[in-house]
Write a protein that binds this ligand. Structure first.
Ligand code: SF4
Length: 430
């Protein structure tokens, strides 16, 4: 009797654990029943809960079923019963993380939250800054950013924007034109500026005149190249207006199977490629970001089809740049994703430390990045390629070289895109 009271007390204190709180009632009951019956320690309860959250997100059999199945294979009188059962569940959990993720060819992922409300930003916040995810510890392109909005409604499971901003709304700048005009740029310097870091560049269209304001800003500052980064097909505004010759539009690309499983409201892969084609036909330079590259079952075949398609649809002269990046999370983002518990396999990966963040182990990165780089062989010397947020070791392994400094990287990127912009505008007349 005495032990039972202690176990119940232990559980009472354990149930304050935030991930346990985030579970549905059925899973909570299962963990409570297992915990009390088998007198699990606090640490064991925590492990069981963490795995229960992951199994739920990955749509694997829930923790109660896994406990029952694994218990059957262990002799009840085994002194180490709890540890043996827990270890075999843990082995299953680890092998799911270490092996290529298995995706179904299912339709678009179910998005739990309601559509985001639009709000206006009317304060004196800065809209200009450095790339928020850049780091001293990785090779970085010194991208500057314009925040025209805060938040994104496209609902990609892997995106950290959703953990940065207030849930449930997207805030759009009201007086972007004035704020852009007030940015103090050095006219003797060159800048690569992007507007797709705190929101999708095109998903909101020209709401509050944000696209027009950016085009005017580009026209007024010929020493910049301005990049619009998107996963949408919202190109109508750009098809209608005159475009300055120092802008380009880039798309994040991934195989459709990955899009189906991990993105909620983005355009399909083909819609993105066709949108890029239409803008290119209008004389606008385009770019592509393979970010995140993902290690899932069938990735080699899918990326091969995607890249061959891309090389069939475009000539290298139409492409300003192509970047590769992969899944990289700050630890609080992983915690928030688990707490929200959306159905997603995005955290079904081994967690390796990468410059203070969490990413794939270096060997996995070498394998994926090398393969994707090889697939672009016919274009190797015709397009500017770079890695986003990656280590020197990966650059050297895949490209056989790396920049000595981020300033060299920045200059090379700027000069290469500038050459392509000139080429594009000399061939096409708006
Ligand atoms: S490499 Fe990527 S993370 Fe680094 S500054 Fe450029 S865009 Fe930002």
């Amino acid at each position: 009797m005495k032990t039972k009271i202690n176990i119940n007390r232990r559980f009472d204190s354990f149930q304050k654990y935030s991930l346990y709180q985030s579970l549905d009632d059925k899973s909570k009951d299962e963990i409570r029943d297992i915990g009390v019956e088998y007198k699990l320690t606090f640490q064991e309860l925590k492990q069981l809960t963490d795995m229960a959250v992951d199994f739920k997100m990955w749509e694997e059999p829930d923790i109660g079923i896994q406990w029952k199945e694994n218990s059957r294979q262990v002799n009840q009188s085994n002194k180490m019963f709890n540890k043996t059962v827990l270890n075999s569940i843990k082995n299953n959990w680890k092998s799911l993380k270490e092996n290529e993720t298995k995706y179904d060819q299912k339709s678009k992922r179910i998005y739990n939250s309601e559509a985001r409300k639009l709000k206006e930003i009317n304060g004196d916040n800065d809209v200009f800054g450095m790339c928020p995810v850049a780091s001293e510890k990785t090779v970085c392109c010194n991208l500057r950013t314009i925040d025209v909005a805060q938040g994104c409604g496209l609902g990609c499971s892997y995106c950290s924007i959703q953990t940065f901003y207030e849930n449930g709304s997207i805030a759009v700048e009201k007086n972007l034109k004035e704020k852009l005009a007030a940015i103090d740029l050095d006219p003797s310097k060159n800048y690569h500026i992007g507007s797709g870091q705190s929101s999708d560049s095109l998903a909101l269209g020209n709401k509050n005149g944000i696209l027009d304001a950016q085009l005017e800003f580009a026209s007024n500052n010929p020493n910049i190249i301005l990049e619009f980064k998107t996963k949408s097909k919202n190109i109508n505004h750009f098809l209608k207006v005159n475009m300055p010759n120092n802008i380009f539009v880039s798309w994040s690309l991934n195989p459709q199977k990955f899009i189906n499983n991990e993105e909620a409201r983005t355009a399909s892969l083909m819609q993105r490629l066709k949108s890029a084609r239409l803008l290119s036909d209008k004389g606008i330079l385009v770019g592509f970001h393979f970010h995140p590259l993902v290690y899932y079952e069938g990735w080699e075949k899918d990326y091969k089809i995607l890249i061959n398609n891309l090389m069939d649809m475009f000539s290298p002269n139409e492409i300003g740049l192509i970047s590769f990046g992969t899944l990289t999370f700050i630890k609080p983002a992983i915690k928030s994703l688990r707490k929200v518990g959306t159905k997603s396999k995005i955290l079904q990966m081994p967690f390796a430390e990468a410059a203070g963040k969490i990413s794939y182990p270096m060997d996995t990165k070498k394998k994926i990045f090398s393969k994707v780089w090889d697939l672009f062989t016919p274009w190797h010397d015709k397009v500017f390629y770079y890695f986003c947020m990656e280590d020197k070791e990966l650059w050297n392994h895949v490209f056989g070289k790396c920049y000595d400094s981020n300033d060299d990287f920045e200059k090379d990127l700027f000069d290469s895109v500038k050459v392509k912009l000139k080429l594009k505008t000399s061939i096409n007349v708006n």
